[in-house]
Design a binder for this molecule. Structure first.
Ligand code: HEM
Length: 160
C-alpha cells in the first residue's frame, strides 16, 4: 500500500533540491554580473553553507524514491534512478569541490582566470544537475497522473 506521508516527503525533498540548485545558479549569475568582490565572498560562503542541506534533500529524495518504487524495475523508475546517480556523481566530483575551492579563492582577487574558469564549470554542471532533477520531477508527476483526479475528488468530498 502507498504511504501518502512518504510521497509527501519525496516531493518536498525533490522540490527543495530543485529550488536550492536554482537559487544557487541564479544568485551566482546575478552576483557575478552585478556584485562586487564583497558580494561574491558572501555568496560563495552562502553556497558552502547551503551544500549540506542540498545533499540532505537529494539523499532523502533518493531514499524515499527507492522505497516508493519497491520491487519495481519499470523503465521510468530505472531512468529516475540513473539520473539521480549521475546528479550525485556530478555533485560529489565537480560541484562540491568547485564550491569549496571558490569559497577559498574568494578571500583573494575574484577576477583571476582560475576563479572565472571554476565559476563557469560550476554553472555548467549545476545547470546539468538542475535539468536532471527537473526531468525526474516531470517523470514523477507522470507516474502519478492517473491517480490525481481521484485524489482531488477525495479531498473535495472531505471538505465540510
Ligand atoms: C531528485 C530526484 C527525484 C525527483 C525530483 C522526484 C520527483 C518526484 C515527483 C514530483 C513525484 C510525484 C509525486 C506526486 O505527484 O504525488 C515522484 C513520484 C515517484 N518517484 Fe520520484 N523523484 C526523484 C527521485 C526518485 C528516485 C531515485 C526514485 C526511485 C528509485 C523515485 C521513485 C518515485 C516513485 C515510485 C514515485 C511514484 C510514487 C507514487 O506512486 O505515488 N523517485 N517523484
Amino acid at each position: 500500500m502507498l504511504n501518502p506521508l512518504l510521497v509527501r516527503l519525496h516531493v518536498a525533498a525533490s522540490a527543495s533540491a530543485i529550488t536550492l540548485i536554482a537559487t544557487f545558479l541564479a544568485s551566482s549569475g546575478i552576483t557575478e554580473l552585478t556584485g562586487g568582490a564583497g558580494d561574491i565572498r558572501v555568496l560563495r560562503h552562502g553556497v558552502v553553507l547551503g551544500l549540506p542541506l542540498l545533499v540532505a534533500c537529494l539523499a532523502t529524495a533518493g531514499l524515499t524514491g527507492r522505497h516508493l518504487a519497491g520491487d519495481s524495475r519499470s523503465a521510468i523508475v530505472r531512468r529516475k534512478q540513473r539520473r539521480l546517480q549521475v546528479a550525485a556523481a556530478v555533485g560529489v566530483l565537480v560541484l562540491v569541490p568547485c564550491a569549496l575551492i571558490l569559497n577559498h579563492l574568494a578571500a583573494g582577487p575574484t577576477t583571476s582566470r582560475a576563479f572565472t574558469a571554476l565559476e563557469v564549470t560550476e554553472f555548467l554542471f549545476g545547470t546539468v544537475n538542475l535539468s536532471l532533477l527537473v526531468a525526474n520531477f516531470r517523470d514523477g508527476r507522470r507516474m502519478t497522473r492517473h491517480r490525481r483526479p481521484a485524489q482531488v475528488a477525495e479531498r473535495a468530498g472531505r471538505t465540510p
